[in-house]
Design a binder for this molecule. Sequence first.
Ligand SMILES: *Cc1c(COP(=O)(O)O)cnc(C)c1O
Length: 449
Amino acid sequence: MLGDMTASTTPATSARLRTEIPGPASRALQERRAATVAAGVSSVLPVYVTSASGGLLTDADGNTLIDLGSGIAVTNVGHAAPAVVDRVREQAERFAHTCFMVTPYEGYVAVCEALAELTPGDFAKRSALFNSGAEAVENAVKIARVATGRQAVVVFDHAYHGRTNLTMALTARSVPYKHGFGPFAPEVYRVPGSYPYRDGLTGEQAAAAALDRVDKQVGGDSVAAVVIEPIQGEGGFVEPAPGFLPALSRWCSEQGAVFVADEVQTGFCRTGDWFASEHEDVVPDLVATAKGIAGGLPLAAVTGRADLLDAVPPGGLGGTYGGNPIACAAALGAIETLRTRDLAAAARRIGETALPRLRALADETGIIGDVRGRGAMLAAEFVRPGTDEPDPDVTRRVAAACHQAGVVVLTCGTHGNVVRLLPPLVLPDDLLDEGLSVLDRAVRAEAGR
Ligand SMILES: *Cc1c(COP(=O)(O)O)cnc(C)c1O
């Protein structure tokens, strides 16, 4: 079966451009937007989407584009997965909202049951549901502070955890995420992570360096939580050296600190496992999830040890919309799709197809310093030839060339020099092949080969 076989007005099976990108209809919408939408909210590629399915986006000009971004790792099950669409429709017809904190409903409980089963660890678990990744991470810190009676939070270079005040403090990069938005929340300590391409350290060495800083700056007995992305997302798809995450997790157990895995981008089969922590058998105390959880509807969760979550007294966690019934219905449909179509295996196949091609491209062009990633979370880091100096200009031009050719790719990295691929896990092989060929041509054109 190819793609998510949803009803679509355009049964296209490849990128098909009818106009320049963006076309006249999108440009007209862009003008309306400029008159009303805040400038601080920007778009990578201002084509205005009218429908999407099977890894293809159709825009207001009738162009179809191959989506290698999934709305930033959200539509893992496709843009309109049938199980998500059906459950959303059915729930919307029954009721849209009661507020779980006022009069509850089954969907919330069912999502928490699924999370308890799917997240790493065999112990008793609890979950609390929220609306966004930032809210989940922020609540994980609240829970860790109450449960430990401590305040300090340890985070890493290149980390991204969101745009609320606390999660800005946890995030590393200033422009555009933090600049001018302070003051930020206190008791946040940043230490080096593990970046094998740039630090040349083993995971154990990188962990020892990071933990030495923590000991000197804060002291382990003051640390409430270590918050880490098992593979960094916005910071550059940085996959830590083997041994790094297990060493941090061990240190947390020894110090009585809470190990929080921010799996907002890596979760829900993206990396070829349900959660990226599983790759090295790391069992976080708390896992923050969002993005891929609900097939495109806003939902987020903190899941973890029952003793930690239950340390917060009744009324301490929640929110008006957290665990909205339609979002929960969507999550149950997304989880069913991930399971029945074995999309973890699909993610691994995407990595097996793309990584060798990206590596060959790096060897042949000399402008890609590092190719990395797992499953369907893949990246190429662009550098000036013969050096490891970041090259954001080439990166921008490569991404722009892909966009012009009808392939949506995203960039990331503290220096903006990483092209990242996050295809929907249901992307048909021929579209993946076509998307990679476009990227291939864009990189070769930049390198003059
Ligand atoms: C996207 C992201 C967040 C923030 O999620 P929002 O839903 O945008 O608030 C937090 N952590 C990571 C790792 C992310 O990728």
